[in-house]
Design a protein around this ligand. Structure first.
Ligand code: KG4
Ligand code: ZN
Length: 344
């Protein structure tokens, strides 16, 4: 018998709902919140209010696009955290009410684990190949940067993570210094594709084990540009594509160095990337290059499943549903990442 799962994602500034039938995506509706653009970043209170307005229309659209009835749904999967508490509360409350009304199970999902499990989603049009266990996943988003060892659908261990800013945050903050619109990651990526990545050199951090740091890079770009602008007020405008390419190369090099180190230390060559920054062309090319160099089996998520979406919440919920791991009406959201980090 096929299982239908409704997934709900509301951890940051996207309200999303999806219906999957087993691992096949029937609908994946995302309402973005343009209200934050004028502030150059997400304003939590405005995000919560926009989720309140979006949640019912988005869920309604997901059910209609999937061409099913409410009563066909077997379980509701929702993002429990990490994320903005006010935003999460909207999704959590809706999920609880919906599950109660239909008398179906609730499944709680960790947003970062869902980014990883998005690799097991299948589009209706074409099938995908997915990583085999155990694999390493570099999860890179606006709020997190982690190297995760994945041994089973519901067994993940964080083996490295950022000690300060996330990779996406570095992209966004540096883009902001360059006066580019928010979120800066995709804009910088586009500009980088026509720039010279060797034009400017920025220092790379020296952090222990498999951990990352990105706050130093942001500061060095800030000071470098401040000095250059004193000499030439048009410096950013005149060099923007080379700056974008050089910054992107530095971030990608930092990410790759630890991912390669982790692969060598664990002997795992099954490598996936996930999260918003996994849409980055430089990172995708750098990971693909290791197919030849190190014999990696590389898995890149479909672009529509890299940034925040509810289909990934639904598939993570599907695997928990199969293992009978259920939540309940007492579930409360959490804002910070779970800390199950281990070195080996
Ligand atoms: O996973 P995500 O959608 O939301 C979080 O869970 O944070 O990731 C959003 C982040 C933002 O920082 C955005 O700038 C970055 O992903 N991003 C990119 C690209 N597309 C999205 N960064 C670099 N290059 C891209 N193409
Ligand atoms: Zn995310």
């Amino acid at each position: 018998m096929s299982i239908y799962i409704l997934g709900i994602e509301s951890s940051c500034d996207d309200t999303s709902a999806a219906i999957i039938k087993d691992n096949v995506v029937l609908s994946n509706v995302i309402a973005n919140q343009s209200v934050h653009e004028q502030y150059g970043g997400v304003v939590p209170e405005l995000a919560s209010r926009a989720h309140q307005q979006n949640i019912i229309p988005v869920i309604d659209a997901a059910i209609r696009q999937a061409n099913i009835q409410k009563n066909d749904i077997h379980a509701v999967a929702f993002t429990k955290g990490p994320g903005l508490l006010g935003s999460l509360l909207v999704g959590v409350s809706f999920a609880k009410a919906f599950a109660l009304a239909l008398n179906i199970p609730l499944v709680e999902v960790d947003h970062l684990e869902a980014h990883i499990l998005a690799h097991f989603l299948q589009n209706q049009e074409h099938s995908i190949t997915h990583p085999k266990f155990p694999f390493l996943c570099l999860t890179v988003s606006g709020g997190h940067t982690q190297i995760v060892k994945v041994e089973a659908y519901n067994k993940t261990t964080i083996i490295g993570q950022t000690i300060d800013d996330a990779a996406g945050e570095a992209f966004d903050k540096i883009a902001k210094i360059m006066q580019l619109p928010y979120p800066g990651g995709p804009v910088l990526d586009k500009m980088a594709q026509v720039g010279n990545a060797d034009k400017f050199k920025f220092p790379k951090p020296n952090i222990k084990d498999f951990d990352y740091s990105f706050s130093g890079l942001k500061t060095s770009v800030l000071y470098f540009l401040r000095d250059q602008l004193k000499e030439n007020p048009n410096f950013i405008e005149e060099h923007k594509v080379d700056l974008a390419a050089s910054v992107q190369k530095t971030i990608v090099d930092i990410l790759m160095q630890k991912l390669i180190k982790a692969s060598k230390a664990t002997g795992i060559k099954e490598i996936a990337i996930a999260g918003g920054v996994s849409a980055n062309s430089g990172l995708r090319n750098a990971v693909l290059a290791q197919k030849e160099q190190l014999g990696w089996n590389v898995f890149l998520p479909h672009i529509s499943f890299s940034t925040d979406n509810a289909a990934m919440i639904a598939i993570a919920g599907y695997f928990k549903y199969q293992d009978q791991i259920f939540s309940n009406q007492h579930a409360t959201p959490y804002s910070r990442s779970k800390t199950n980090k281990k070195y080996f």
